[in-house]
Design a protein around this ligand. Structure first.
Ligand SMILES: Cc1cc2nc3c(=O)[nH]c(=O)nc-3n(C[C@H](O)[C@H](O)[C@H](O)COP(=O)(O)OP(=O)(O)OC[C@H]3O[C@@H](n4cnc5c(N)ncnc54)[C@H](O)[C@@H]3O)c2cc1C
Length: 180
């Protein structure tokens, strides 16, 4: 089944496009997930995917689109430490400029093939016998991965229980290879 492009240019792959087995599955394409992906590539790992429930990357800076949305620390501090941006147009960059920076990072590091948008993790189950995660996305795609990285952000999770608390999502992370 062929992949099709979303309005933002990323692939929205269908079930049969999912790789059989990944070393690492990253959930969330904000600063955290993208930073992790860049570092995996730099370390020579190519068996990974970033899945993102929204239809574009950027996380916070894509989700919040209200007028005046901006960072509240000086912009020169608000970028990846390994990829400083000398081009911020103002002291406290707006959300659009920050998302543009993140998109430029995706392009600069060649991350496009590793990102699946419109792919919300719905369930993650640790298969003890096979020693891997079986992750089901809301669109029906099933991923298997040795390591699961949760980059869904603090507001998406209940820190007391370790459960993803968005509606319809359940994830037991206790004692498993799962990073946040
Ligand atoms: C207005 C505003 C101003 C801020 N200013 C600052 C600042 O000045 N300095 C600072 O340090 N921080 C600031 N922050 C905090 C900011 O959120 C973080 O700095 C950073 O962007 C968080 O990145 P993240 O990748 O951890 O999370 P996010 O950017 O929230 O990304 C998480 C991603 O996970 C995705 N996701 C969630 N659940 C699922 C799922 N089940 N399946 C697939 N994908 C999923 C989400 O759609 C999202 O794209 C600000 C936040 C806001 C809203």
């Amino acid at each position: 089944m062929p992949a099709h492009s979303t309005k933002n240019g990323f692939s929205a792959h269908k079930l049969t496009d999912a790789p059989d087995f990944l070393d690492v599955l990253i959930v969330g394409a904000g600063f955290s997930g993208l930073g992790m992906a860049i570092k995996l590539l730099e370390a020579g790992t190519t068996s990974f995917l970033v899945i993102e429930k929204a239809d574009d990357i950027g996380g916070t800076w894509y989700a919040n689109q209200y007028p005046g949305c901006a960072c509240d620390i000086p912009s020169h501090l608000y970028s990846f430490s390994f990829d400083r941006n000398p081009e911020w147009s103002r002291m406290y960059a707006g959300r659009e400029e920050i998302q543009t920076y993140l998109k430029a990072c995706v392009s600069r590091y060649g991350l496009e093939p590793y990102i699946r948008v419109n792919t919300a993790m719905q369930q993650a189950v640790w298969d003890e016998a096979a020693a891997l995660w079986r992750v089901t996305a809301a669109n029906g795609t099933i991923f298997t991965a040795r390591v699961l990285v949760s980059a869904v952000a603090r507001v998406s999770t209940d820190q007391r229980t370790g459960k993803i608390c968005r509606p319809g999502i359940s994830l037991d992370r206790v004692g498993r290879k799962c990073a946040a």
